[in-house]
Unconditional design. Structure first.
Length: 344
């Protein structure tokens, strides 16, 4: 192998779909964590019901991945991202470039907190923050947008945003991912684009609850539009730019995720509305609904910083405090605000 190979970390539905998209333009080394699963995928050439392109090779070694690939695309759930990065870190060098596709936040608290400690945005890390903190990699970016894995796997027309403060990262992302059916846009607001992908999962859970309760499309339109306002409100507090939230990674991803039955977060909300407990709903799902952890983290931040993310707070009560879904959604639908947009 040579440096013209590109690495993908994670063989879930999204990671596999991205590997196949990349394989249209380059040779791909796909990292599979479990050795037995890696052998099976290499033999059968199928991962998560997706047939692998011929120029995708499987590896179970992070060292091999780092040695053979200068550009890496981590596509693993946020719950395992920190562990993965720490395992990969010893093999990384400053010349590596990383473009992740993980939508989540990690809470990092000091070991010793003073009596007047207050949780702030500095304690919430995006995946790019983790990469920069845990490794020597400097050129970091993210991939975000309306990228439902099931549709990408089928080759449906789609688009994504590569966000990075480094134009080189954006151009590399475009060159590697762009094809006849997959458009790629650039954005320099890395933090804002990451927050778009994180915060829309909260609203997707609410949309699933609304749909599961049979409240209709008018109600869902109200929820989603107010959800975008709340995303901007929280996003500004966490250091994102408003412009990112009204672009493809913001409203584009929000619409796709909140109206798709293929969305994991929508599915979680739908199951809750159907009377499932949180534990029951999660046990029936094969992959992580990232919005669940995000709701908990934003609730903590909101309480600490005196923010008032009403939708997030209400969903927290439904998921973790026993509020009946119908009562929670009814409260949100009745909520009165003096003006339509109040975050600009």
């Amino acid at each position: 192998m040579s440096a013209d190979w590109v690495g993908v970390i994670g063989s879930g539905s999204f990671g596999t779909a991205v590997a196949n998209i990349l394989a249209r333009n380059t040779k791909v080394l796909l990292y599979v964590r479990n050795p037995e699963t890696a052998r099976t995928i290499e033999k059968e050439r199928i991962s998560v019901h997706q047939k692998l392109a011929d120029n995708i090779k499987i590896t179970n070694s992070l060292q091999e991945l780092a040695e053979e690939c200068n550009i890496l695309f981590p596509m693993v759930p946020s719950s395992g991202f920190k562990e993965m990065i720490r395992e990969l870190a010893p093999h990384l060098r400053p010349y590596h470039m990383m473009i992740h596709g993980t939508k989540g936040l990690v809470l990092d608290l000091p070991e010793k907190k003073s009596s007047d400690f207050t949780l702030s945005k500095e304690h919430l890390y995006t995946m790019s923050d983790l990469i920069k903190r845990e490794t020597v990699v400097v050129r970091v970016g993210c991939m975000a947008g309306p990228n439902l894995a099931s549709e990408l796997a089928k080759g449906h027309p789609a688009a994504t945003v590569i966000a990075s403060p480094f134009n080189e990262v954006i151009q590399k992302g475009k060159n590697l991912l762009r094809s006849e059916h997959f458009q790629v846009y650039g954005n320099s607001d890395l933090r804002g684009v990451e927050l778009c992908g994180v915060l829309k999962n909260i609203i997707a859970i609410g949309s699933g609850i609304s749909s599961g309760l049979g409240l209709g499309e008018n109600s869902r339109g109200l929820l989603v539009s107010r959800g975008l306002v709340e995303m901007i409100y929280i996003g500004q507090a966490l250091g994102g730019e408003i412009s990112s939230f009204i672009g493809l990674a913001g409203i584009g991803d929000l619409v796709a995720t909140t109206f798709s039955t293929n969305s994991r977060n929508f599915t979680l909300g739908y199951k809750i509305a159907q009377g499932k407990t949180l534990e029951e709903a999660l046990s029936e799902m094969e992959e992580t609904a990232e919005g669940l952890n995000t709701i908990q983290l934003i609730k903590q931040l909101g309480d600490s910083q005196k923010l008032k993310p009403i939708i997030t707070d209400t969903l927290y009560k439904i998921l973790f405090e026993g509020m009946p879904p119908k009562e929670g959604l009814s409260y949100l639908m009745r909520l009165q605000t003096s003006i339509d947009i109040n975050v600009m």
